[in-house]
Ligand binder design. Structure first.
Ligand SMILES: Nc1ncnc2c1ncn2[C@@H]1O[C@H](COP(=O)(O)OP(=O)(O)O)[C@@H](O)[C@H]1O
Ligand SMILES: [Mg+2]
Length: 247
């Protein structure tokens, strides 16, 4: 569905330049959940931004269903690393922002989003403001907004990075459910190896900067799956292998 072909990115500053990503290939098939893991600063967000069309690569191209979309937005739904809820908008108003940006009237947008509030565990909080919610709930609002772009392909940049362990586990489980229910295809960024294995069908591992994919691993678990896979022998084996590569 989505592929990056021989993508490199060099950020030019006044005097020097930083090569964030060097000659990387990556593919995500329809219906797949693919994670990209690597140390902080290795170019993960850069790759996601390139995949989303938000920044052009210095070299290489991005294909979506075979079509060259390098530097073009609008093919995938993108959820940035930072929490980007608008404090002056209610939860429902934040969620429907993506629909409004598509030109849909606010009233209609709210009608469309309302039935999804329950699925996202936000029912009863429609008229709350972001500061009134827990971190996990704010993240679900961001997710809902991302889902309302109505794209099959999701690009998620460390969505659970700042949450506590239990909230994180609950949201991971919840995300797996949403993905199968809505038939989503996901490219997911994380620096958490357990999270990558638990959620993914396939994992790409990046090296330190300049980031480059140095390993691709298939996760040996089917779906539906629960957090119980974390106690399986194969989980531990794959984890050890990935740690070895990352070190
Ligand atoms: N807009 C930018 N201008 C200059 N350097 C950047 C820019 N964005 C990212 N970088 C640099 O590129 C490298 C990779 O960054 P990033 O893709 O954010 O990594 P990650 O998401 O893996 O932590 C870092 O060294 C970062 O400082
Ligand atoms: Mg990042």
């Amino acid at each position: 569905m989505l592929s990056l072909e021989d993508v490199s990115k060099t950020y030019k500053q006044q005097k020097d330049s930083i090569t964030a990503v060097q000659r990387t290939d990556l593919t995500v098939k329809k219906g797949e959940f693919v994670s990209l893991i690597g140390p902080s600063g290795c170019g993960k967000s850069t790759i996601l931004d390139i995949a989303a069309g938000l920044i052009p690569p210095t070299e290489g191209k991005v294909l979506f269903e075979g079509k060259d979309i390098t530097g073009k937005v609008g093919y995938s739904a993108y959820m940035p690393q930072a929490d980007v809820l608008l404090p002056w908008r209610t939860i429902l108003e934040n969620a429907v922002l993506s629909l409004e940006m598509k030109g849909i009237k606010k009233k209609e947008a709210k009608e469309k989003a309302a039935p999804l509030m329950e699925l996202f565990g936000l029912k009863g909080f429609e008229n709350h403001y972001p500061f009134m919610l827990s971190g996990g709930m704010r993240q679900r609002v961001s997710f809902l907004r991302t889902i309302l772009y109505e794209k099959e392909m999701l690009l998620l940049d460390e969505p659970f990075g700042k949450l506590d362990a239990i909230t994180r586990l609950n949201l991971q489980e919840w995300l797996l459910g949403i993905c199968s229910q809505l038939n989503l295809t996901v490219l997911f960024i994380t620096h958490d190896i357990d999270e990558a294995i638990y959620l993914s069908d396939r994992i790409y591992v990046m090296s330190k900067r300049p980031g480059k994919v140095i390993k691709e691993a298939k996760v040996p678990f089917g779906r539906p799956r629960t957090a119980d896979v974390m106690a399986e022998r194969e989980f531990g084996e794959l984890k050890r292998e990935l740690i070895g590569v990352l070190r």
